[in-house]
Design a binder for this molecule. Structure first.
Ligand code: NDP
Length: 311
């Protein structure tokens, strides 16, 4: 557990000696100061993460808030300074701030430095801003529920932010080979170069031209493109679906709808499937652990998100 997280956990957790109490109760030590966390993005209005995070806080009986903030690119620096000035425990970054925020941080965790993007910031008790990338860690945690990434042969469709985070974290978790399949050669090659030079995994680029046939021997196929995302729910990445074999794990990063057309076909062909909600839930739980040292109830978080996507 991070030192700052340990300190917050001691300060906020219900039970034992504490300064804060669960909402609605009065104790002699109550301070009326909630732990503050949140998300900076633009546009922010459609981001349901706060519902999931506050459900987790309630389940932990934490007096904590998660504020979904609309932050324009030109105001990112002020927003970060504001969070520090107001004693926030930390915050998440979403589009378009995951790379730009690097200019405003004091330190990067090892994988965030390799990925070159930050989606989660911890503000330590000394006011130091530490950048983490929990997207890939969330994916790996979800993956571990069905398979061990160590020694796996992976194919990742896409080379954008989600693909970079997943590729680097699975490489650091021991995946032996990673094939990046991407339309844009420069973007795909940039990710392959990162993997080859900064992780122990072997990596190759396949330029995505026409239906991609997944090679025999592939253990894990990941769709890390937005193909299939609502409202285009019938869309499937351009993959030769006949090349999906029952021994393969097929994962999709698309969180909404969780059951994408790709996952439906993969299941019909006997593959083990992994939806994008797991990655989203676990990255949130890892953030909560960084900020508080506590383990959030991921079932409560998933249920809260699923209810949003059903509306
Ligand atoms: P980026 O814009 O950074 O990257 C998108 C990638 O997808 C690029 O490599 C692009 O290829 C490729 N791509 C886009 N459209 C197509 C297409 N029609 N056919 C083939 N390739 C395509 O996006 P992100 O990586 O940030 O996000 C990708 C997805 O991941 C989104 O749906 C997002 O919601 C999801 N996501 C899910 C998370 C979770 O927790 N579940 C967390 C983060 C993201 P090219 O380079 O050739 O243009």
């Amino acid at each position: 557990m991070h030192d700052a997280g340990r300190e917050l956990a001691g300060r906020l957790r219900v039970g034992g000696t504490r300064q804060l109490a669960p909402s609605g109760t009065v104790t002699p030590t109550r301070t009326y100061l909630s732990m503050l966390t949140g998300s900076f993005s633009s546009p922010a209005a459609g981001n349901p993460t706060g519902v999931m995070m506050e459900a987790a806080y309630r389940a932990l009986a934490l007096d904590a808030r998660y504020l979904n903030c609309e932050v324009a690119p030109e105001h990112l620096g002020d927003a970060v300074k504001g969070a520090r000035a107001m004693g926030w425990a930390g915050f998440n970054l979403s589009i378009p701030h995951k790379v730009a925020v690097l200019d405003h941080l004091d330190r990067l965790a090892a994988s965030a430095a390799i990925i070159g993007a930050v989606n989660c910031v911890l503000i330590t008790s000394e006011g130091e801003l530490v950048g983490e990338n929990t997207d890939g860690q969330g994916f790996v945690t979800a993956l571990r529920g069905v398979a061990n990434p160590a020694g796996a042969a992976m194919v990742i469709l896409g080379a954008g932010g989600a693909a970079r985070a997943i590729a680097v974290e699975t490489a650091m978790a021991g995946a032996s080979s990673i094939t990046i399949v991407n339309r844009d050669r420069a973007r795909g090659q940039a990710l392959v170069d990162v993997l080859v030079h900064q992780t122990p995994a072997e990596a190759t680029l396949v330029l995505w031209e026409g239906a991609y046939g997944v090679a025999v021997g592939t253990d894990i196929l990941v769709n890390a493109t937005p193909v299939g995302l609502s409202p285009d729910v019938a869309a499937t990445p351009d993959v030769d679906l006949a090349s999906l074999m029952p021994e393969m794990i097929v994962a999709d990063v698309v969180p909404n709808p969780p059951q994408t057309a790709l996952l439906g076909t993969a299941r019909e062909r006997g593959c083990t499937t992994l939806d994008g909600l797991g990655m989203l839930v676990y990255q949130g739980a890892i953030g909560i652990h960084l900020w508080t040292g506590l383990n959030a109830n991921t079932e409560v978080m998933r249920d809260a998100l699923e209810r949003q996507f059903r509306v």
